[in-house]
Every structure is written in C-alpha cells, then in structure tokens.
Ligand binder design. Structure first.
Ligand SMILES: Cc1ncc(C[n+]2csc(CCOP(=O)(O)OP(=O)(O)O)c2C)c(N)n1
Ligand SMILES: [Mg+2]
Length: 239
C-alpha cells in the first residue's frame, strides 16, 4: 500500500509505484512497465539461479496481450536451449486492456505457444485454486528435475476495466455477471468449505474481519507515512 501510494515505507521507498514493486528479501522481482519485458527478466533470473546452482525456480507471469510480444519468443528459445528453471505463467484473462484475445491473437491457445521450441504447456482452470496448485507443483517439479521451462496457461477473467480510464465497453454486463456467478475463485472456495462442513458461516465471517483489518492497517500506515524527500530523487537508481 505504501509503495502504491508513493510513501517512504514502500518496498521501493515510494519511488517505484505499482510498476516497480520489488523485494530482494522476498525474492520478488516485481512488474515492469514494458509489457512483455518481465518475460526476458524472468528468464534472466532463471539463468542466474542455474548459474548459482541453487534450487530456485523462477515463476514468470504475463498476460495474453504480453504473449504476443517478440521478446517472449527470444526468451522461450534461450530457456529451452539452456534448460532454464522457469515456469511461464500466462494469465489469459481474455483481454489485453480493451482488446479481446480473438481480435489480437492468431493462436488463441496460449498453452501451445512453446510448441516450436519443444516447451510443454497446459491449460489450467485459473479460477480453481486446486487446479492451480496441482499444475504449479507439476511445473516446478519439471523445472527442478532439470528438464527446462514449462508453460501454464491460466484461464481467468478480469471483472473491472484495465484502469481508471477504461469503462470496459468492449464486453457485455451479462458476460461479467456470468463469470462472477459461476466461476469466482473465492466464492467457489467459500461454497466448498461450507458444503463439506470444513467451515461455518461464522468462521468465514471471522476470516473476512481479520483480512479487512490487515488491509485497513496497511492503508492506514500508507496514509500516514510521509512521501520521499526531494533529496532522494537521485538515490537508489543506476546512473
Ligand atoms: C510495450 C508496451 N506496449 C503497450 C503498453 C500499454 N499497455 C499496458 S498494459 C497493456 C495490456 C496488457 O494486456 P495483458 O498482457 O493481457 O495483461 P492484463 O492487464 O490483461 O493482465 C498495454 C497494451 C505497455 N505498457 N508496454
Ligand atoms: Mg489480459
């Protein structure tokens, strides 16, 4: 929250914002303002892990729109050539900003985007936490066994517009409502917990309250944390 609102306490000291959240401590290397560039960076991180002979696997996330960028395929080639431990997770939420997959992609089955490089891939129900966990475990085991990269296409959805300036007029309200009603990942877990008797309505209300408190505290912290001083304009950057 502090980084999002440009405060000193943020991961990147309030100077990165949403595009440059970054934490070496948590091995989280953040996003990138250049759509698709995170794929090359993720591949580089996987190369570093291989070079250092550690057991780390790099999880590299990108969207259906980013999947059409050229550097993605340069990265796929190197990753497979050098059998780098990287899982490419393509979040297919059906839209790249306002452009639907069918209007922008010649090959709409993203799990097959690595075929010409011999990189295996599979489609996963990205709205079902169990399917995501199982696919993730399988892909990470593949990488740890030294077999090279793996592609997971997560089929998912974005309820809201891309940003504040996107009124999302390129799809119907019915489409969004249908997704919410039938596929919402949190509602699915909620329904399963109740149905199996693993939790009661009261338990779930308690979880909700706990999460709300964590979020409120983070927002409160961010609101009260000062912005970086102007003297920090030239610090923490590569000159
Ligand atoms: C190289 C580049 N081109 C265009 C943009 C503007 N832009 C930002 S996000 C975005 C759409 C990305 O769509 P997708 O990869 O599907 O990601 P999603 O937001 O749907 O998860 C575009 C075109 C950019 N940031 N970088
Ligand atoms: Mg998208």
């Amino acid at each position: 929250m502090a980084e999002l609102t440009g405060r000193r306490g943020g991961y990147s000291r309030g100077k990165g914002g949403s595009m440059h959240m970054f934490s070496i401590e948590k091995q989280f290397f953040g996003g990138n303002g250049i759509v698709g560039a995170q794929v090359s960076l993720g591949t580089g991180l996987a190369f570093a892990n291989r070079y250092r002979k550690n057991d780390n696997v790099c999880l590299t996330y990108f969207g259906d729109g980013a999947a059409n960028q050229g550097q993605v395929y340069e990265s796929f080639n190197m990753a497979q050539l050098w059998k780098l431990p990287v899982v490419y997770i393509i979040e297919n939420n059906r839209y790249a900003m306002g452009t639907s997959v069918s209007r922008s992609s010649a090959q709409t089955d993203f799990s097959r985007r690595g075929v010409s490089f011999g990189i295996p891939g599979e489609k996963v129900d990205g709205m079902d936490v169990r399917a995501v966990k199982a696919a993730g475990d399988k892909a990470v085991a593949w990488c740890r066994a030294g077999k090279g990269p793996y592609i997971l296409e997560m089929e998912t959805y974005r309820y809201r517009g891309h940003s504040m300036s996107d009124p999302a007029k390129y799809r119907s309200k019915d489409e969004v409502q249908k997704m919410r009603n039938e596929h919402d990942p949190i509602e699915q877990v909620r329904a399963r917990l109740l149905e199996k008797g693993w939790a009661t309505e009261d338990d779930l209300k308690k979880f909700d309250a706990e999460v709300r408190e964590i979020v409120n505290n983070a927002a409160e912290f961010a609101t009260n944390d000062p912005e970086p001083d102007a003297s920090e304009l030239w610090t923490d950057i590569v000159k």
